[in-house]
Design a protein around this ligand. Structure first.
Ligand code: NAD
Length: 247
């Protein structure tokens, strides 16, 4: 199938589906200037996230976590949604998309206007105290780190603050299981955008869908099961699909 035929087929599958959901990964946001992990030139080639961004590092070596991983997180908050994020928000607005599961912590789906978003690896809008659990805006943590107060601490009880993201070694939050149950019960089509589909347990979600569309630059372990695989950028493919559905 050539590219035009793939886009048409994908749009048709979305039009015909009753409960289409979307799963996005780091590849969704590379066009917003945020590197993914596994592409050539991706973050994994620069730093080993297990050595800088895991729960173990946060608890045992908070200085490394805050100086390396957190500084990268803080840069991500300045990114803006791209045409792919906006297209997914539009698909939901048009009634085609019932919900969106994202592995991304960048908050760009929310910024783009998507309403039903499960941010299963957390987000960068807030943080909380490991002692009294009080929540603070993410900016409050950034201000302390920029002022060399590392690790940032709770003004109420003085315990360490941490961002609301799911780190390697953290348990998955309850909203992941919420998303799991809804997809298992309803999803007749899953649109996968910009994910290598190798990070578990999120990579188990495509197995719940009756049909799959995969938009990803590189091969994934689910390609052989997908109705359509498009090896192109999300920021190009998704607006083209929306255009067909709007026509
Ligand atoms: P990944 O890095 O494992 O894979 C990203 C995939 O996207 C790659 O296969 C790549 O070929 C593809 N890709 C890159 N740019 C693309 C584009 N413009 N269009 C289509 N495909 C594109 O990412 P993952 O599967 O999401 O897993 C990585 C983990 O890292 C996740 O758990 C996530 O939480 C975290 N992460 C998040 C961000 C973010 O919030 N933006 C960034 C880096 C990593």
């Amino acid at each position: 199938m050539n590219y035009i035929a793939q886009i048409r087929e994908a749009a048709e599958l979305i039009r015909e589906s009753a409960h289409c959901y979307c799963l996005t990964g780091a590849g969704m946001s590379t066009e917003s200037g945020i590197p993914d992990f596994r592409s050539p030139g991706g973050l994994w080639q620069e730093i080993d996230p297990i050595k800088t961004s895991s729960a173990e590092v946060l608890y045992n070596n908070p200085r490394v976590f805050y100086e390396v991983a957190f500084t990268r997180f803080a840069r991500i908050t300045r990114a803006e949604p791209n045409a792919g994020h906006r297209s997914l928000a539009r698909l939901e607005q048009m009634g085609y998309l019932k919900g969106l599961v994202t592995q991304n912590i960048d908050g760009l789906h929310v910024k783009a206007g998507s309403q039903r978003v499960w941010e299963v690896h957390g987000h960068l809008r807030s943080g909380y105290c490991l002692g009294c659990q009080k929540r603070y805006p993410f900016e409050f943590l950034v201000e302390q780190v920029e002022g060399k107060q590392i690790p940032p601490s709770c003004p109420t009880c003085n315990h360490m603050l941490r961002p609301d993201v799911v780190l390697f070694g953290d348990p998955m939050p309850p909203l992941f299981y919420e998303a799991w149950e809804e997809l298992a019960g309803q999803c007749d089509l899953l649109l996968v955008c910009g994910s290598s589909l190798v990070v578990y347990p999120v990579a188990e979600l495509p197995a719940l869908a009756r049909k799959l569309i995969i938009i990803n630059l590189e091969p994934t372990p689910y390609d052989h099961l997908a109705a359509v695989v498009i090896r192109e950028k999300c920021g190009k493919v998704l607006p083209a699909i929306v255009e067909l559905l709007e026509a």
